[in-house]
Design a protein around this ligand. Structure first.
Ligand code: PMP
Length: 433
Protein backbone atom coordinates (compact mmCIF):
# COMPACT_ATOMS: atom_id res chain seq x y z
CA UNK A 1 0.00 0.00 0.00
CA UNK A 2 1.29 3.45 -0.89
CA UNK A 3 1.90 5.91 1.88
CA UNK A 4 -1.08 8.23 2.16
CA UNK A 5 -0.64 11.65 0.56
CA UNK A 6 -1.01 14.56 2.93
CA UNK A 7 -4.26 16.39 2.39
CA UNK A 8 -4.17 18.51 5.53
CA UNK A 9 -4.46 21.86 3.73
CA UNK A 10 -7.44 20.64 1.69
CA UNK A 11 -9.00 19.33 4.91
CA UNK A 12 -8.50 22.66 6.65
CA UNK A 13 -10.07 24.57 3.77
CA UNK A 14 -12.96 22.12 3.64
CA UNK A 15 -13.76 22.67 7.29
CA UNK A 16 -13.73 26.44 6.72
CA UNK A 17 -15.88 25.99 3.62
CA UNK A 18 -18.41 23.87 5.49
CA UNK A 19 -19.17 26.82 7.75
CA UNK A 20 -19.97 29.28 4.96
CA UNK A 21 -20.90 27.24 1.87
CA UNK A 22 -23.66 24.59 1.89
CA UNK A 23 -21.91 21.22 2.02
CA UNK A 24 -18.63 23.09 1.59
CA UNK A 25 -18.89 23.13 -2.23
CA UNK A 26 -20.50 25.15 -4.99
CA UNK A 27 -21.71 22.13 -6.96
CA UNK A 28 -22.68 18.84 -5.26
CA UNK A 29 -20.52 16.27 -7.09
CA UNK A 30 -17.37 18.10 -5.98
CA UNK A 31 -17.97 16.96 -2.40
CA UNK A 32 -16.76 13.38 -3.21
CA UNK A 33 -19.86 11.90 -1.51
CA UNK A 34 -20.10 9.18 -4.16
CA UNK A 35 -16.55 7.94 -3.60
CA UNK A 36 -15.90 8.78 0.06
CA UNK A 37 -13.24 11.05 1.45
CA UNK A 38 -13.07 14.80 1.24
CA UNK A 39 -12.68 17.05 -1.79
CA UNK A 40 -9.31 18.24 -3.01
CA UNK A 41 -8.91 21.98 -3.07
CA UNK A 42 -7.05 22.81 -6.26
CA UNK A 43 -4.37 25.45 -6.30
CA UNK A 44 -3.42 25.51 -9.95
CA UNK A 45 -3.43 23.66 -13.23
CA UNK A 46 -1.04 23.54 -16.15
CA UNK A 47 -1.53 21.43 -19.27
CA UNK A 48 -2.76 17.97 -18.27
CA UNK A 49 -1.89 18.40 -14.59
CA UNK A 50 -3.46 19.95 -11.50
CA UNK A 51 -1.90 20.59 -8.09
CA UNK A 52 -3.85 20.62 -4.86
CA UNK A 53 -3.21 23.03 -1.99
CA UNK A 54 -1.01 20.40 -0.30
CA UNK A 55 1.29 20.36 -3.33
CA UNK A 56 0.16 16.93 -4.62
CA UNK A 57 0.23 16.65 -8.40
CA UNK A 58 -2.34 14.78 -10.49
CA UNK A 59 -2.88 13.90 -14.13
CA UNK A 60 -6.33 15.39 -14.66
CA UNK A 61 -9.08 13.50 -16.49
CA UNK A 62 -11.88 15.68 -15.10
CA UNK A 63 -10.77 18.79 -17.00
CA UNK A 64 -13.33 20.96 -15.20
CA UNK A 65 -16.01 18.45 -16.33
CA UNK A 66 -15.19 18.85 -20.00
CA UNK A 67 -14.41 22.46 -20.93
CA UNK A 68 -10.62 22.17 -20.79
CA UNK A 69 -10.11 20.18 -23.97
CA UNK A 70 -6.78 21.98 -24.49
CA UNK A 71 -5.69 21.37 -20.89
CA UNK A 72 -5.21 23.90 -18.10
CA UNK A 73 -3.94 27.44 -18.59
CA UNK A 74 -3.25 27.04 -22.29
CA UNK A 75 -0.88 29.97 -22.98
CA UNK A 76 -2.80 31.21 -26.01
CA UNK A 77 -6.11 31.15 -24.16
CA UNK A 78 -4.61 32.84 -21.12
CA UNK A 79 -3.13 35.54 -23.32
CA UNK A 80 -6.49 36.14 -25.01
CA UNK A 81 -8.18 36.42 -21.61
CA UNK A 82 -5.58 38.82 -20.24
CA UNK A 83 -5.80 41.01 -23.33
CA UNK A 84 -9.59 41.10 -23.16
CA UNK A 85 -9.65 41.76 -19.42
CA UNK A 86 -7.22 44.63 -19.87
CA UNK A 87 -9.75 46.31 -22.13
CA UNK A 88 -12.59 46.01 -19.63
CA UNK A 89 -14.33 43.13 -17.89
CA UNK A 90 -17.89 43.72 -19.02
CA UNK A 91 -19.94 46.36 -20.77
CA UNK A 92 -23.45 45.00 -21.01
CA UNK A 93 -23.28 46.21 -24.61
CA UNK A 94 -22.44 44.36 -27.83
CA UNK A 95 -18.79 43.62 -28.66
CA UNK A 96 -16.99 42.18 -31.68
CA UNK A 97 -15.92 39.04 -29.82
CA UNK A 98 -19.48 37.81 -29.36
CA UNK A 99 -20.17 38.21 -33.08
CA UNK A 100 -17.03 36.23 -33.88
CA UNK A 101 -17.90 33.44 -31.47
CA UNK A 102 -21.44 33.28 -32.85
CA UNK A 103 -19.99 33.08 -36.39
CA UNK A 104 -17.62 30.29 -35.34
CA UNK A 105 -20.49 28.30 -33.79
CA UNK A 106 -22.74 28.77 -36.84
CA UNK A 107 -19.88 27.67 -39.10
CA UNK A 108 -19.27 24.53 -37.01
CA UNK A 109 -22.94 23.48 -36.79
CA UNK A 110 -24.88 23.63 -40.08
CA UNK A 111 -28.15 23.35 -38.10
CA UNK A 112 -27.38 26.61 -36.25
CA UNK A 113 -28.19 29.76 -38.23
CA UNK A 114 -28.46 32.00 -35.19
CA UNK A 115 -27.20 31.58 -31.66
CA UNK A 116 -27.77 33.39 -28.35
CA UNK A 117 -25.07 33.41 -25.65
CA UNK A 118 -25.94 32.74 -22.02
CA UNK A 119 -23.83 31.98 -18.95
CA UNK A 120 -24.28 28.25 -18.29
CA UNK A 121 -25.54 25.02 -19.75
CA UNK A 122 -28.52 25.18 -17.42
CA UNK A 123 -29.57 28.52 -18.85
CA UNK A 124 -29.05 27.30 -22.41
CA UNK A 125 -31.41 24.33 -22.05
CA UNK A 126 -33.96 26.23 -19.99
CA UNK A 127 -34.10 28.93 -22.66
CA UNK A 128 -34.23 26.48 -25.57
CA UNK A 129 -37.21 24.77 -23.97
CA UNK A 130 -39.06 28.05 -23.49
CA UNK A 131 -38.42 28.79 -27.14
CA UNK A 132 -39.63 25.35 -28.27
CA UNK A 133 -42.83 25.86 -26.28
CA UNK A 134 -43.40 29.26 -27.86
CA UNK A 135 -42.66 27.94 -31.34
CA UNK A 136 -45.03 24.97 -31.11
CA UNK A 137 -47.64 26.44 -28.78
CA UNK A 138 -47.39 23.21 -26.77
CA UNK A 139 -46.18 22.64 -23.22
CA UNK A 140 -44.91 19.16 -22.52
CA UNK A 141 -41.27 18.13 -22.74
CA UNK A 142 -39.83 14.66 -23.26
CA UNK A 143 -36.45 13.85 -21.78
CA UNK A 144 -34.53 10.62 -21.28
CA UNK A 145 -33.81 8.98 -17.94
CA UNK A 146 -30.24 9.52 -16.81
CA UNK A 147 -29.69 12.52 -19.10
CA UNK A 148 -28.97 15.75 -17.23
CA UNK A 149 -29.81 19.12 -18.68
CA UNK A 150 -29.01 21.46 -15.81
CA UNK A 151 -30.92 22.24 -12.66
CA UNK A 152 -33.95 24.18 -13.93
CA UNK A 153 -37.22 23.12 -12.28
CA UNK A 154 -38.86 21.37 -15.20
CA UNK A 155 -35.83 19.18 -15.88
CA UNK A 156 -35.19 17.89 -12.36
CA UNK A 157 -37.65 15.05 -12.79
CA UNK A 158 -37.51 11.32 -12.46
CA UNK A 159 -39.64 8.97 -14.46
CA UNK A 160 -43.08 8.00 -13.23
CA UNK A 161 -43.96 4.32 -13.04
CA UNK A 162 -44.26 3.82 -16.79
CA UNK A 163 -43.13 5.45 -19.98
CA UNK A 164 -46.46 7.17 -20.49
CA UNK A 165 -46.75 8.68 -17.02
CA UNK A 166 -45.72 12.18 -16.14
CA UNK A 167 -42.53 13.00 -14.28
CA UNK A 168 -42.22 13.51 -10.55
CA UNK A 169 -39.81 15.99 -8.91
CA UNK A 170 -36.25 14.76 -8.41
CA UNK A 171 -35.40 17.59 -6.03
CA UNK A 172 -37.14 19.14 -3.08
CA UNK A 173 -38.56 22.51 -4.01
CA UNK A 174 -39.63 21.57 -7.54
CA UNK A 175 -43.40 22.04 -7.80
CA UNK A 176 -45.18 18.82 -8.79
CA UNK A 177 -47.00 20.80 -11.46
CA UNK A 178 -43.71 21.72 -13.14
CA UNK A 179 -42.44 18.15 -13.11
CA UNK A 180 -45.71 16.97 -14.61
CA UNK A 181 -44.92 18.94 -17.72
CA UNK A 182 -41.99 16.59 -18.34
CA UNK A 183 -42.18 12.99 -19.50
CA UNK A 184 -39.12 10.86 -18.90
CA UNK A 185 -38.47 7.76 -21.00
CA UNK A 186 -35.53 5.30 -21.13
CA UNK A 187 -32.55 6.37 -23.28
CA UNK A 188 -32.03 4.36 -26.47
CA UNK A 189 -35.59 3.00 -26.30
CA UNK A 190 -37.72 4.00 -29.29
CA UNK A 191 -40.58 1.70 -28.24
CA UNK A 192 -41.08 3.51 -24.93
CA UNK A 193 -40.85 6.82 -26.72
CA UNK A 194 -43.43 5.71 -29.28
CA UNK A 195 -45.84 4.77 -26.47
CA UNK A 196 -45.36 8.16 -24.81
CA UNK A 197 -45.91 9.93 -28.11
CA UNK A 198 -49.00 7.90 -28.87
CA UNK A 199 -50.45 8.84 -25.50
CA UNK A 200 -49.46 12.50 -25.43
CA UNK A 201 -47.93 13.38 -28.80
CA UNK A 202 -50.26 16.30 -29.46
CA UNK A 203 -49.16 18.08 -26.29
CA UNK A 204 -45.41 17.77 -26.77
CA UNK A 205 -43.32 20.84 -27.59
CA UNK A 206 -39.90 19.22 -27.68
CA UNK A 207 -37.74 16.20 -27.12
CA UNK A 208 -34.46 17.05 -25.42
CA UNK A 209 -31.59 14.58 -25.47
CA UNK A 210 -27.88 14.34 -24.80
CA UNK A 211 -26.93 12.81 -28.17
CA UNK A 212 -24.14 10.98 -26.36
CA UNK A 213 -25.19 10.71 -22.75
CA UNK A 214 -22.49 11.85 -20.36
CA UNK A 215 -24.37 12.26 -17.12
CA UNK A 216 -25.08 8.61 -16.34
CA UNK A 217 -21.51 7.89 -17.33
CA UNK A 218 -20.91 7.78 -21.07
CA UNK A 219 -23.69 6.00 -22.94
CA UNK A 220 -23.53 6.23 -26.73
CA UNK A 221 -26.70 6.32 -28.80
CA UNK A 222 -27.57 2.95 -30.34
CA UNK A 223 -27.14 2.89 -34.12
CA UNK A 224 -30.12 4.70 -35.62
CA UNK A 225 -31.44 6.13 -32.33
CA UNK A 226 -30.68 9.76 -33.17
CA UNK A 227 -31.90 9.37 -36.75
CA UNK A 228 -35.13 7.81 -35.43
CA UNK A 229 -35.57 10.76 -33.06
CA UNK A 230 -35.07 13.09 -36.00
CA UNK A 231 -37.64 11.25 -38.08
CA UNK A 232 -40.34 11.01 -35.42
CA UNK A 233 -39.99 14.66 -34.31
CA UNK A 234 -40.07 15.84 -37.90
CA UNK A 235 -43.17 13.78 -38.62
CA UNK A 236 -45.02 15.00 -35.52
CA UNK A 237 -43.95 18.66 -35.58
CA UNK A 238 -41.99 18.34 -32.33
CA UNK A 239 -38.84 20.42 -31.81
CA UNK A 240 -35.74 18.24 -31.43
CA UNK A 241 -33.24 19.71 -28.99
CA UNK A 242 -29.74 18.27 -28.81
CA UNK A 243 -28.09 19.16 -25.55
CA UNK A 244 -24.50 19.28 -26.75
CA UNK A 245 -23.20 21.04 -23.64
CA UNK A 246 -20.67 18.20 -23.26
CA UNK A 247 -20.46 16.86 -26.82
CA UNK A 248 -20.24 20.15 -28.72
CA UNK A 249 -16.65 20.62 -29.96
CA UNK A 250 -15.79 17.47 -27.92
CA UNK A 251 -16.73 14.38 -29.94
CA UNK A 252 -16.05 16.30 -33.18
CA UNK A 253 -15.66 19.99 -33.97
CA UNK A 254 -19.31 20.01 -35.05
CA UNK A 255 -20.35 17.91 -32.06
CA UNK A 256 -22.51 14.79 -32.12
CA UNK A 257 -24.39 16.23 -35.08
CA UNK A 258 -21.25 16.00 -37.20
CA UNK A 259 -20.25 12.62 -35.77
CA UNK A 260 -23.64 10.94 -36.34
CA UNK A 261 -24.87 13.01 -39.28
CA UNK A 262 -28.15 14.04 -37.63
CA UNK A 263 -29.24 17.66 -37.33
CA UNK A 264 -31.23 19.07 -34.42
CA UNK A 265 -33.73 21.93 -34.55
CA UNK A 266 -32.18 23.58 -31.51
CA UNK A 267 -28.73 22.94 -30.05
CA UNK A 268 -27.52 23.76 -26.56
CA UNK A 269 -23.84 24.37 -25.99
CA UNK A 270 -21.62 25.20 -23.01
CA UNK A 271 -18.32 24.04 -21.54
CA UNK A 272 -15.77 24.10 -24.44
CA UNK A 273 -17.26 27.21 -26.09
CA UNK A 274 -16.24 29.14 -22.97
CA UNK A 275 -12.72 27.73 -22.81
CA UNK A 276 -13.10 27.40 -19.02
CA UNK A 277 -15.12 30.58 -18.50
CA UNK A 278 -18.87 30.54 -17.71
CA UNK A 279 -20.56 30.40 -21.12
CA UNK A 280 -23.56 28.62 -22.57
CA UNK A 281 -25.42 29.10 -25.83
CA UNK A 282 -28.52 27.95 -27.65
CA UNK A 283 -29.08 28.17 -31.35
CA UNK A 284 -30.86 26.75 -34.34
CA UNK A 285 -32.81 27.60 -37.46
CA UNK A 286 -33.47 31.28 -38.02
CA UNK A 287 -37.21 30.69 -38.21
CA UNK A 288 -37.17 29.48 -34.58
CA UNK A 289 -34.45 31.77 -33.20
CA UNK A 290 -36.24 34.83 -34.56
CA UNK A 291 -38.82 34.31 -31.85
CA UNK A 292 -36.29 35.35 -29.18
CA UNK A 293 -36.55 38.91 -27.79
CA UNK A 294 -36.02 41.63 -28.89
CA UNK A 295 -37.00 40.32 -32.32
CA UNK A 296 -39.73 38.04 -31.04
CA UNK A 297 -41.99 37.40 -28.06
CA UNK A 298 -39.81 34.91 -26.10
CA UNK A 299 -38.11 36.78 -23.28
CA UNK A 300 -34.56 35.83 -22.35
CA UNK A 301 -31.76 38.11 -21.15
CA UNK A 302 -28.50 38.31 -19.16
CA UNK A 303 -26.38 41.07 -17.61
CA UNK A 304 -23.15 39.19 -18.33
CA UNK A 305 -24.25 37.27 -21.44
CA UNK A 306 -21.61 37.47 -24.18
CA UNK A 307 -19.09 38.71 -21.62
CA UNK A 308 -15.99 39.85 -23.54
CA UNK A 309 -13.47 38.01 -21.38
CA UNK A 310 -15.44 34.76 -21.61
CA UNK A 311 -15.89 35.23 -25.37
CA UNK A 312 -12.13 35.70 -25.78
CA UNK A 313 -11.42 32.42 -23.98
CA UNK A 314 -13.97 30.53 -26.05
CA UNK A 315 -12.96 32.04 -29.34
CA UNK A 316 -9.27 31.25 -28.88
CA UNK A 317 -10.13 27.70 -27.82
CA UNK A 318 -12.23 27.15 -30.95
CA UNK A 319 -9.51 28.66 -33.16
CA UNK A 320 -7.03 26.09 -31.87
CA UNK A 321 -9.53 23.26 -32.26
CA UNK A 322 -10.36 24.30 -35.83
CA UNK A 323 -6.81 23.62 -37.01
CA UNK A 324 -6.12 20.19 -38.51
CA UNK A 325 -5.20 17.46 -36.05
CA UNK A 326 -6.86 17.84 -32.64
CA UNK A 327 -9.75 15.44 -33.13
CA UNK A 328 -7.59 12.67 -34.57
CA UNK A 329 -5.26 13.00 -31.62
CA UNK A 330 -8.11 13.10 -29.09
CA UNK A 331 -9.56 9.94 -30.59
CA UNK A 332 -6.18 8.20 -30.38
CA UNK A 333 -5.82 9.24 -26.75
CA UNK A 334 -9.30 7.93 -26.00
CA UNK A 335 -8.60 4.66 -27.77
CA UNK A 336 -5.38 4.16 -25.83
CA UNK A 337 -7.13 4.75 -22.52
CA UNK A 338 -9.95 2.40 -23.45
CA UNK A 339 -7.65 -0.40 -24.54
CA UNK A 340 -5.47 -0.01 -21.45
CA UNK A 341 -8.48 -0.15 -19.13
CA UNK A 342 -9.93 -3.21 -20.84
CA UNK A 343 -6.63 -5.10 -20.76
CA UNK A 344 -6.02 -4.40 -17.10
CA UNK A 345 -9.58 -5.25 -16.13
CA UNK A 346 -9.34 -8.55 -17.97
CA UNK A 347 -5.94 -9.38 -16.49
CA UNK A 348 -7.41 -8.84 -13.03
CA UNK A 349 -10.70 -10.59 -13.84
CA UNK A 350 -12.62 -7.47 -12.88
CA UNK A 351 -15.77 -7.26 -15.01
CA UNK A 352 -16.10 -3.87 -16.68
CA UNK A 353 -17.81 -2.26 -19.61
CA UNK A 354 -15.85 0.62 -21.09
CA UNK A 355 -18.08 3.04 -22.99
CA UNK A 356 -16.26 5.61 -25.07
CA UNK A 357 -17.04 8.11 -27.78
CA UNK A 358 -13.91 9.92 -29.02
CA UNK A 359 -12.28 11.49 -25.96
CA UNK A 360 -15.09 10.94 -23.44
CA UNK A 361 -15.20 7.64 -21.61
CA UNK A 362 -16.55 5.78 -18.58
CA UNK A 363 -15.33 2.53 -17.04
CA UNK A 364 -18.47 0.89 -15.62
CA UNK A 365 -17.89 -1.82 -13.03
CA UNK A 366 -20.49 -4.24 -14.35
CA UNK A 367 -20.68 -7.37 -16.51
CA UNK A 368 -23.68 -6.10 -18.50
CA UNK A 369 -23.60 -3.75 -21.47
CA UNK A 370 -24.53 -0.23 -20.41
CA UNK A 371 -27.08 1.21 -22.82
CA UNK A 372 -29.40 3.21 -20.56
CA UNK A 373 -29.89 4.45 -17.02
CA UNK A 374 -31.08 1.13 -15.60
CA UNK A 375 -28.01 -0.72 -16.89
CA UNK A 376 -25.69 2.10 -15.76
CA UNK A 377 -27.24 1.92 -12.30
CA UNK A 378 -26.45 -1.80 -12.11
CA UNK A 379 -22.74 -0.90 -11.82
CA UNK A 380 -20.85 -1.66 -8.63
CA UNK A 381 -20.32 1.84 -7.24
CA UNK A 382 -18.28 0.53 -4.29
CA UNK A 383 -15.78 -0.89 -6.79
CA UNK A 384 -15.71 2.42 -8.63
CA UNK A 385 -15.01 4.22 -5.34
CA UNK A 386 -12.10 1.87 -4.62
CA UNK A 387 -10.78 2.41 -8.14
CA UNK A 388 -11.13 6.19 -7.85
CA UNK A 389 -9.32 6.36 -4.50
CA UNK A 390 -6.53 4.06 -5.67
CA UNK A 391 -5.94 6.24 -8.74
CA UNK A 392 -6.08 9.47 -6.76
CA UNK A 393 -3.57 8.13 -4.29
CA UNK A 394 -1.22 7.55 -7.24
CA UNK A 395 -1.65 10.95 -8.81
CA UNK A 396 -4.44 10.30 -11.30
CA UNK A 397 -7.65 12.30 -10.94
CA UNK A 398 -10.78 10.89 -12.59
CA UNK A 399 -14.41 11.86 -11.96
CA UNK A 400 -15.46 11.32 -8.34
CA UNK A 401 -18.56 9.35 -9.39
CA UNK A 402 -19.30 6.25 -11.46
CA UNK A 403 -21.95 8.22 -13.33
CA UNK A 404 -19.73 10.81 -14.98
CA UNK A 405 -17.39 10.91 -17.95
CA UNK A 406 -13.63 11.06 -17.89
CA UNK A 407 -12.13 13.37 -20.49
CA UNK A 408 -8.85 13.28 -22.40
CA UNK A 409 -7.30 16.66 -23.16
CA UNK A 410 -4.81 17.60 -25.87
CA UNK A 411 -2.09 18.33 -23.32
CA UNK A 412 -1.73 14.66 -22.30
CA UNK A 413 1.84 13.44 -22.86
CA UNK A 414 3.32 9.99 -23.31
CA UNK A 415 4.63 10.21 -19.72
CA UNK A 416 1.12 11.03 -18.48
CA UNK A 417 -0.25 7.97 -20.23
CA UNK A 418 2.53 5.83 -18.79
CA UNK A 419 1.87 7.18 -15.29
CA UNK A 420 -1.86 6.60 -15.75
CA UNK A 421 -1.21 3.03 -16.87
CA UNK A 422 1.02 2.35 -13.87
CA UNK A 423 -1.56 3.77 -11.48
CA UNK A 424 -4.31 1.76 -13.16
CA UNK A 425 -2.35 -1.51 -12.77
CA UNK A 426 -2.40 -0.96 -9.01
CA UNK A 427 -5.97 0.36 -8.96
CA UNK A 428 -7.42 -2.68 -10.76
CA UNK A 429 -5.47 -4.95 -8.41
CA UNK A 430 -7.03 -3.13 -5.44
CA UNK A 431 -10.49 -3.49 -6.94
CA UNK A 432 -9.93 -7.24 -7.39
CA UNK A 433 -9.01 -7.35 -3.68
N1 PMP B 1 -26.40 19.75 -20.10
C1 PMP B 1 -25.45 18.83 -20.00
C2 PMP B 1 -25.42 17.72 -21.00
C3 PMP B 1 -24.50 18.89 -18.98
O1 PMP B 1 -23.56 17.94 -18.89
C4 PMP B 1 -24.56 19.96 -18.06
C5 PMP B 1 -23.56 20.09 -16.92
N2 PMP B 1 -22.66 19.12 -16.76
C6 PMP B 1 -25.56 20.91 -18.21
C7 PMP B 1 -26.46 20.78 -19.24
C8 PMP B 1 -25.65 22.07 -17.27
O2 PMP B 1 -24.60 22.94 -17.50
P1 PMP B 1 -24.09 23.94 -16.36
O3 PMP B 1 -23.51 23.11 -15.28
O4 PMP B 1 -23.12 24.82 -17.08
O5 PMP B 1 -25.30 24.71 -15.92
Amino acid sequence: MKEALSRSSSAALFSRALKVIPGGVNSPVRAFKAVGGEPLFIQRGSGSHVWDVDGNEYVDYVCSWGPLILGHANPQVVQAVVEAAGKGMSFGAPTEAEVELAEAICAAFPSIEQVRMVNSGTEAVMSAIRLARAFTGKEKVVKFEGCYHGHSDGLLVKAGSGATTLGIPDSAGVPAGFAQQTISVPFNDMDSLARALDAMGDEIACIVVEPVAGNMGVVPPKPGFLADLREVTHRRGIVLIFDEVITGFRVAYGGAQELYGVEADLTCLGKIIGGGMPVGAYGGRKEIMEMVAPQGPVYQAGTLSGNPVAMAAGLRTLKILAQPGPYGRLKELGRGLEEGAKELAMANRVPVRVNRVASMMTIFFTDRDVTDYASAKASDTARYATFFRALLQRGVYVAPSQFEAMFACLALSQEDLQATGDAAVAAFAEVRG
